[in-house]
Design a protein around this ligand. Structure first.
Ligand SMILES: *Cc1c(COP(=O)(O)O)cnc(C)c1O
Length: 373
């Protein structure tokens, strides 16, 4: 989906994604670039090309459909589909496109095996649940899996994976360590039974904070885009070298006075406490700029903070520019990032929005994007 009626402009700094990847690679063994959901809103193919040029040999998308887009875009490394192959057609697509599906049930394993030809088995990633309670086999399924494998000549287990629930919360490290202990038992049992594969459990926070969970492959997503998954925690410093790659700006349509006592925007939720000047920025909830930011959040105008005044409208939002000199229509209001000393950070915008950086990126990234390298 692309929104095409707006003035907002999303700029993706691919050089920063490359630098973030390099930083992560230097901490890890082999990071897989996680680029599901249009690379967290940053653009599937531009990000894939950037990561490939920086040395990424494996990329992970969500659906098989996204994996096909990646192949058609020319990526010739390994592609993983984290949501798996859900139909026999998708299983065939995996065979033809050399796409490695995550698999979380025996039923899907059989379906994929049936889609294979005599030439070569289809490589799959077995997904185990170790505490997220979302998708996956459980540790107790191992005997059944080992019993089924000899009859599944169409597949080859090439990766064994699991996913952390709280690796970004150092105060809950006991749970992360428990998940990792379970995962370690699972991979040991499978290896003892003669399977050989690469193991992976670390997401961005796992990669940064738990080196003992790195195994052969790591799966950073959010850190590639420069948000620090450990922001606001005792381990914040571990992600301090990451640089946000998404800047979002929009033109100011008009600047006018708002005398003391006057209200602004729908619902009259903001009353001017003094004689003010306000700028009307061309962005609203139709541009995925949440109405929940009404009277919260700030934008950057001429390098300074301009607090949001009143309700966010469908395509417009007012900001207080009383203390910012020389603001005029046509100037840019920065919603995220901005070319100045104190850009709006993803973490800051997410906090005002009442959500996480992941959702901020995915939603603002629905707008038209330009790319710089
Ligand atoms: C999204 C995702 C990741 C990346 O997680 P981050 O917290 O963004 O690093 C890794 N593994 C799986 C299975 C995912 O779905």
């Amino acid at each position: 989906m692309t929104i095409s009626y707006n003035n907002i402009s999303v700029r993706i700094h691919l050089d920063r994604i490359r630098d973030n990847f390099t930083l992560l690679r230097n901490l890890a063994t082999q990071p897989i670039g996680v680029i599901k959901s249009d690379a967290y809103g940053h653009g599937l193919l531009p990000v894939a090309n950037t990561l490939a040029a920086a040395g990424a040999r494996t990329l992970a998308v969500g659906t098989v459909g996204e994996a096909v887009k990646l192949r058609k875009g020319g990526f010739d490394g390994r592609v993983i589909a984290l949501l798996g192959a859900l139909t026999p057609e998708e299983a065939c697509t995996c065979r033809i496109g050399h796409i490695v599906p995550f698999v979380f049930s025996l039923e899907h394993l059989r379906m994929i095996s049936d889609a294979a030809t005599d030439e070569a088995p289809i490589p799959v990633a077995l997904k185990f649940d170790t505490g997220m309670a979302r998708l996956g086999f459980s540790e107790a399924d191992i005997p059944a899996i080992l019993e089924a494998l000899p009859s599944l000549s169409g597949i080859k287990v090439s990766i064994v994976a699991s996913h952390f629930a709280v690796s970004d919360e150092p105060e809950k490290e006991d749970y992360t360590r428990e998940q990792h202990a379970t995962f370690s038992r699972i991979i040991a049992a499978l290896r003892t039974a003669g399977q050989s594969f690469e193991a992976t459990i670390a997401n961005s926070a796992g990669l940064l904070a738990y080196p003992e969970t790195h195994h052969e492959l790591q799966r950073p997503g959010i850190a590639l885009y420069g948000a620090n998954p450990l922001h606001g925690t005792a381990n914040e410093h571990l992600g301090a070298g990451l640089h946000p790659a998404m800047d979002v700006g929009t033109p100011i349509l008009q600047v006018h006075d708002l005398p003391k006592g006057k209200t602004i925007s729908y619902g009259r939720t903001f009353t001017a406490p003094r004689d003010m000047r306000v700028a009307i920025a061309s962005v609203g909830y139709a541009d995925a700029f949440s109405r929940g930011l009404s009277n919260k959040g700030t934008m950057i105008v001429n390098g300074q903070r301009a607090p949001i005044a009143g309700r966010v409208c469908m395509q417009m939002t007012a900001v207080d520019v009383t203390d910012i000199p020389k603001v005029s229509s046509g100037d840019t209001a920065w919603i995220l990032g901005g070319p100045c000393e104190n850009p709006v950070t993803p973490e800051e915008l997410a906090a005002a929005w009442g959500t996480i950086t992941y959702e901020v990126f995915c939603l603002l990234g629905l707008n038209p994007k330009t790319f710089s390298s």
